[in-house]
Design a protein around this ligand. Structure first.
Ligand SMILES: *[C@@H]1O[C@H](CO)[C@@H](O)[C@H](O)[C@H]1NC(C)=O
Ligand SMILES: *[C@@H]1O[C@H](CO)[C@@H](O)[C@H](O)[C@H]1NC(C)=O
Ligand SMILES: *[C@@H]1O[C@H](CO)[C@@H](O)[C@H](O)[C@H]1NC(C)=O
Ligand SMILES: *[C@@H]1O[C@H](CO)[C@@H](O)[C@H](O)[C@H]1NC(C)=O
Ligand SMILES: *[C@@H]1O[C@H](CO)[C@@H](O)[C@H](O)[C@H]1NC(C)=O
Ligand SMILES: *[C@@H]1O[C@H](CO)[C@@H](O)[C@H](O)[C@H]1NC(C)=O
Ligand SMILES: *[C@@H]1O[C@H](CO)[C@@H](O)[C@H](O)[C@H]1NC(C)=O
Ligand SMILES: *[C@@H]1O[C@H](CO)[C@@H](O)[C@H](O)[C@H]1NC(C)=O
Length: 515
């Protein structure tokens, strides 16, 4: 069984608030005007970094985090992926970056230029991404070095160095590193190779954070989001933060070792107040996976047909498009999620969150009926799918606390474009989130299933605080798609609305994955 996060072949861009409010797709429009605030020092027991999406032509489609690796530190801009577990970097001498038309956009790592690099095992990792496991992938050496996120510096952190790459990670022939945030049981270690501590586990091992917890806040595309290791920011959500027990499924038999949960129901509410059922209770029996590396919400075919019918999109061979101006500003979805227990979490998601402008190679927007076209980020899953992906359109709307130690995910409605911050470190133990957030106790739950533990390795970690933080900023993020990396991208041919073959699904093979 394989595991998916989606990677687009298309370069498509959103220019404005996808997750809330009216759509504004004017490409040069400046985002909201409040001043950028550079974050202060990390709160003890936590480490925070900005999450960016206007990078490598992936606005609204992929989310990235900056960190440095090595001594002295070498900047990496890597895809944040809750759908995989390996952190894999692109080396400075990568042969695949030198191929015709190839671009390595997120920085590279030169092991020879780091005094703290240590090789662990050559070719230990074989990470295959894609629904079939053949769409794209990295073969990587396993190494350790110093990694800095925010102002937290950890030595002895494991990561992969890609020697070979296949497929397209960021559109045609473009690659970036990836930071996998899943359980070590999901690692793409070759047969016979031991699991090793993930980046999150290294933070725990070094004592930077108390337990395997991180909070993800993607935010609107015209603002920076945040990844907060070891803590919860109670100013970044509204209403209840509800804890769900993850369900058991995975490689090593029955235990919690991936972020699987259930999608109970999806209602669509139109401007005229009429409610339509998109996913009826019990309609989707399979698990769902909140996957930051996935650009789409993937659904069974009948749900897809319902969405197509109700939104009025035009289905081309591989995509669904509509004039951006025709996307109803008054239509929204309510998602009801649950885990193994009685708690349910609801998320309100505007229809506009599921669309991004259909950008062409030259940075202009494809037309439909003479108007700017938008692409729908809802895709039918491959037939026989064992689970469905809750990708970025859904994750943007929420505040997600991934608690690997307790096998739980806590979800609240995001407070978008939040200007305040109240970071609370989460203590280890089953009450960690509850104690940090002051939620009513009935919103917590106790995990009764076995939860995958931390991989061990013979490394001695050390931890220190850097004087210069990496990748910490907040406030508005440019949405100008004419700048920077976009000109490097190829995607939809400039001639017109000829869409390429849909989105590639990124997946990590983890052996015989049992569901
Ligand atoms: C890597 O670093 C070494 C040592 O600083 C340097 O000699 C070499 O040119 C660098 N390689 C690349 C590809 O940048
Ligand atoms: C939050 O949870 C409490 C306790 O279950 C409930 O009474 C309240 O209605 C919830 N609030 C919202 C906004 O859902
Ligand atoms: C849910 O929990 C029950 C016991 O609490 C357990 O028997 C069952 O296997 C769990 N189901 C899943 C899918 O995790
Ligand atoms: C589309 O929706 C309309 C009204 O809800 C319904 O009558 C029609 O059968 C639907 N068409 C398809 C193809 O599902
Ligand atoms: C939604 O709002 C945008 C910006 O205000 C507007 O351009 C667009 O026409 C509206 N869409 C609909 C369907 O009303
Ligand atoms: C959480 O609070 C409870 C009750 O106040 C306390 O007994 C427990 O030790 C706390 N746990 C943690 C991990 O802080
Ligand atoms: C979780 O278990 C503790 C005792 O271990 C109990 O006090 C608490 O009420 C339980 N919480 C829920 C939500 O069941
Ligand atoms: C992240 O790094 C990229 C270079 O790869 C840089 O352009 C960008 O400004 C950085 N962003 C933050 C928030 O540090």
């Amino acid at each position: 069984m394989k595991y998916s996060t989606s990677l687009p072949l298309l370069s498509v861009f959103a220019s404005s608030a996808l997750a809330t409010g009216p759509l504004e797709f004017s490409l040069r429009s400046e985002p909201h005007s409040e001043l950028s605030r550079v974050a202060e020092r990390d709160v003890d027991g936590t480490s925070e970094s900005a999450v960016l999406t206007n990078f490598a032509g992936q606005l609204g489609m992929k989310y990235f985090v900056n960190f440095t690796v090595g001594t002295p530190g070498q900047l990496q801009t890597a895809i944040l992926d809750t759908g995989s577990a390996d952190t894999i970097l692109v080396p400075s001498d990568a042969p695949f970056c030198k191929e015709k038309g190839a671009k390595c956009l997120g920085g590279t790592y030169n092991a020879s230029a780091s005094s703290t690099f240590e090789m662990i095992t050559s070719s230990a990792l074989d990470a295959n991404y894609g629904e079939t496991g053949t769409d794209s992938g990295f073969v990587a050496d396993l190494a350790t070095d110093v990694i800095q996120v925010g102002d937290v510096v950890v030595s002895g952190a494991h990561f992969g160095i890609a020697g070979q790459a296949e497929g397209n990670f960021l559109g045609d022939s473009s690659y970036a590193g990836i930071m996998g945030l899943g359980y070590s049981a999901m690692e793409a270690v070759k047969k016979g190779q031991p699991y090793y501590p993930t980046f999150v586990e290294s933070l725990v091992g070094a004592g930077a954070i108390a337990s395997r917890v991180f909070s993800l806040y993607l935010n609107e595309v015209n603002s920076y989001g945040s990844i907060l290791f070891g803590g919860v920011d109670t100013e970044k959500y509204t209403g209840n933060l509800t804890t769900l027990n993850l369900v058991q499924a995975g490689v090593n038999g029955k235990m919690v070792q991936a972020f699987f949960m259930y999608l109970d129901e999806v209602m669509m509410k139109r401007g005229d107040g009429v409610e339509e059922t998109i996913v009826a209770p019990n309609e989707i029996q399979e698990f769902v996976y909140p996957d930051s590396g996935a650009s789409d919400w993937t659904v069974p075919t009948d749900v897809y047909n319902k969405v197509v019918n109700m939104t009025g999109v035009t289905v081309t061979k591989t995509n669904a498009v509509m004039a951006c101006s025709k996307i109803s500003n008054e239509t929204s979805f309510t998602f009801t999620l649950s885990g193994n227990g009685t708690n349910t979490a609801k998320l309100d998601i505007p229809l506009s969150s599921f669309f991004v402008p259909a950008a062409k190679t030259d940075g202009s927007i494809a037309k439909i009926g003479g108007e700017d076209a938008c692409l729908m980020m809802i895709k039918p899953a491959a037939s026989g799918s064992k689970f469905y992906l809750l990708g970025d359109p859904i994750i943007r709307a929420g505040y997600w606390v991934y608690d690997l130690d307790n096998g739980q995910v806590s979800i609240a409605q995001a407070r978008l474009s939040a200007t305040n911050s109240n970071i609370v470190a989460v203590e280890a133990g089953p009450h960690g989130i509850l104690n940090a957030t002051n939620q009513p106790a009935e919103l917590s739950t106790n995990q009764t299933q076995r939860v995958a533990g931390t991989a061990t390795a013979s490394v001695s970690y050390s931890l220190y605080t850097a004087t210069n933080a990496v990748g910490q900023t907040s406030g508005p993020q440019s949405t100008d798609i004419s700048s920077g990396a976009i000109s490097l991208m190829s995607g939809i041919p400039a001639e017109g609305i000829v869409f390429l073959t849909g989105a590639l699904l990124l997946s990590v093979v983890f052996g015989a994955f049992i569901l």
